[in-house]
Design a protein around this ligand. Sequence first.
Ligand code: NFS
Length: 676
Amino acid sequence: MAEATKAKAVKAPKVADPMEATMEPATQDMLRRAQKLGIDTVFDRAVTMKPCAIGMQGICCKNCAMGPCRLPLPKGGIDGEDTRKGLCGATANTICARNFVRMIAGGAAAHSDHGRGVAETFLSAARKSAKDYSVKDPARLIQIAPYFGVATTVEEDGVTKDRDIDEIALAVAEKAVREWGKPELTASYIKRAPKPLQEKWEKEGVVPRNVDREIVECMHRTLMGVDQDYKNLMKQGVRASLADGWCGSMIGTDLQDVMFGSPSPLQAEANLGVMKEDHVNLIVHGHEPLLSEIIIAVAQSQEMVDYAKSKGAKGIQLAGICCTANEMLQRHGVPPAGNFLQQEFAIITGACDAMVVDVQCIMQNLANVAKCFHTKLITTHPIAKIEQDNVIHIEFDEHYAMEDAKRIVKIAIDNFENRGADVMIPKQRSIQVAGFGVESIQYHLGGSFRGSYYTLNDNIINGRIRGVAGVVGCNNARTKHNEEHIVLIKELLKNDVLVLVTGCSAIAAGVHGLLTPESAAVYCGPGLAEVCETVGIPPVLHLGSCVDNSRILLAATEMVKAGGLGDDICDLPAAGSAPEWMSEKAIAIGQYFVASGVYTVFGYHMPLEGAPVFKDYLYKEMEEIYGGKWDCEPDPIKHAHKMIAHIDKKRKELGIDKARERVLMDMADRQALGIE
Ligand code: NFS
């Protein structure tokens, strides 16, 4: 009997423990349901498939057919000279740096191709050949035009007049699309960075020329037998990352704001519980708002709502997954159904009538999961198809945006009646306030009379706010879903650090109730709580999707400009973090934060352990060059305290550390706030 039990135990497929896999109750329930239905999800696969130990160390080279060459670090580390080398003689530093630079190139390519798509659509809109897009935020267009060298006024008969907005749009669009491949040697948006930072980049020779060129050069230099000096390789990695953050992503964000409106704070719900049993549920997943904006317009049209009713539904419930969710949330209040690791579960509810995807962060397993239900999985982008035969491809063309979106929404509605009886939508859904942009932070925290980040800086100088942290990036099935984000953010808040979030981190913060003004009283230290309560903002500000990390760069630049906190981003009491990163995009983001002067801590692990010298270069020496450096800490509490220690170091350098001590020592103040 004992033998039989043992045999059975060996045979049972290994699955994830829901309580260990995620801290989020709706996701735990859905994981249990998936396991009961025999559907494997990313969490189970993370249990059965172990990551490659050599790849984890960053020292597997497969850049030519003499390899793959693997250079594992000897047990006990290197004693004396490091003699490891590949067939061609490539050292561990070279291999690790090449792999790292290729990750940056991959990430930068993704963000920047997204930005290019936006710029091209904007050009079509400006030429009036994409009738479903227009300029929704002319003020934003006028604000960015000078960076492209486009005049916003004209002289007529000695009088200065405002230039026609359509003319400005066309001129900006024509200049913007050139930023991807122009022959001139400097990307236009670089001049948005603080002057001392631009000078550092010039001195180092890392000023990006144009987006495509930097990515191509990354691929060239990392080819077998080209750049074999890790410091020189990283110069190109830095340049490509800057082309992403300060160019491709930033132009993407700006032109999205121009076409779809700049975000301003709004209230919405979050989590899988936003799906509705009696509605057509259409989930939009991916990244580019070009499609989702039009889907929102179509899904809200009376024609489609009536059509849904004619099929027995009460209406159409739109919800987002991943960064598309953030795009739809920040401009329209469409609720996110979840972040990266929740994508399979939106279908496993049994209530997803269609899931439409475009590019990036889309798991191929969605096709297998969709097969188990009635869900129609629709790909829309020519560069992102899925091989499984149950996937429908409807190519989205910006010139026929409305027609394409209607087809997609109709498929979802028509599929409503095919829904099976076995539906389980989790109850959990939370309330959040999202949609902070650079300008809305200025509005809420800047004080209208100075029109700058003065009040924010003032509160940092007087110590109520200890510093600012950008917490961004993915989920990773190798860490407990959402836990690193949430534990880290709460620890920062407790220590009076104002937190800016984007991407899957922002969705996690929304789902776990941190994006409400009320959460200030619950989670913040007394100083930050006081500021948030006075101003009426959440202590965690949702700044959008991953391309919108460019907003964080600009917010930091505004803080520098407002004065009192040094001359450059690296002087600010600020730090960056991606506690659950998994995508190459996160590496590109991390690198442009570091090269912009931000101390940036990643969670989980970094693929650098096999090349300690190269690792030291990123974790130590880089700070001397750019003012920012990399670090890694999987434990979220220690991770938070590394960031706080850096913030305190910067406060000390600025001579404002005493102010904070005063704030904390002042009992009368604390009593007045009702804290003691
Ligand atoms: Ni950005 Fe990560 Fe993907 Fe968005 Fe989420 S996984 S690097 S956060 S959705 S891009």
